[in-house]
Design a protein around this ligand. Structure first.
Ligand code: SF4
Length: 239
């Protein structure tokens, strides 16, 4: 199926980096705002976002946002969380799932903040990923949303979109991040990742690509393809 005509005055980008730049331009129109505006986890400071991202593993942002007000009220900082009663903490976060492991991660994170970082959330990626419950994607969300540092979060949505849009053939999340980083200005890496995540949640989902409703359809190499790769672990056949 041929792609729709380009918008007036536009030519289809023909390279990976060209598609990345244009994808960001059009997704910025779909999802305007900064990384702070686009982050769907409620928080008032870096510590609260760190807590919320740990709780968001295998859980919807909506459910996390229903849980965190009480968490933040009872344990507003690393000191309080490090001293929390594990049973009480498990009860409060129960609805987010995997509550025992998450309670351990939260307490371990708070203890490490106190021991290694004077109770503050560190800025360096290597320090963030050393915290219990924090992976590279989470660290990049915290860096770009709460710390004003560059960081492009790559989750399954970003991995899937990167393949479908022909931005890279890499499937390893770190390699995808490295491939996408130079496609946008350094200070826009975070918001680029967040926009791809929103597009992957709302339009180009794993189960169904709504190509008829997609602002990127005019140049997407996967437009109208019946057999789309649904996982970043499956490579699309190169044409
Ligand atoms: S919805 Fe269709 S056109 Fe849009 S990015 Fe996904 S596969 Fe491409």
């Amino acid at each position: 199926m041929p792609n729709p005509d380009p918008p007036d005055g536009r030519r289809r980008p023909r390279t990976e980096s060209g598609r990345g730049r244009v994808a960001h331009e059009f997704l910025a129109a779909d999802h305007p705002g900064t990384a702070v505006d686009l982050c769907e986890l409620d928080h008032r400071n870096p510590f609260e976002l760190l807590v919320a991202t740990i709780l968001s593993a295998q859980c919807t942002d909506e459910r996390v946002n229903q849980t965190t007000p009480e968490v933040f009220r009872r344990w507003p900082d690393a000191d309080a969380l490090a001293e929390s009663d594990p049973t009480e903490l498990e009860e409060v976060i129960h609805a987010t799932g995997f509550f025992r492991q998450k309670a351990k991660s939260l307490q371990g994170m708070a203890v490490r903040l106190l021991d290694e970082h004077d109770g503050e959330v560190p800025h360096a990626l290597k320090d963030l990923v050393a915290l219990p419950g924090v992976g590279r994607k989470t660290a990049n969300v915290i860096r770009s949303v709460a710390l004003d540092e560059p960081g492009l979060p790559v989750d399954t949505h970003v991995g899937r979109l990167a393949i479908r849009l022909g931005l890279t053939e890499e499937t390893d999340p770190v390699k995808v991040e490295m491939a996408l980083n130079p496609m946008v200005p350094t200070d826009e890496r975070g918001v680029f990742g967040l926009r791809l995540i929103l597009h992957g949640r709302r339009v180009c989902t794993a189960r169904r690509a709504a190509c008829g409703d997609c602002s990127l359809a005019w140049f997407c190499p996967s437009f109208g393809t019946a057999d789309l790769p649904s996982s970043p672990h499956k490579k699309q056949k190169s044409s």
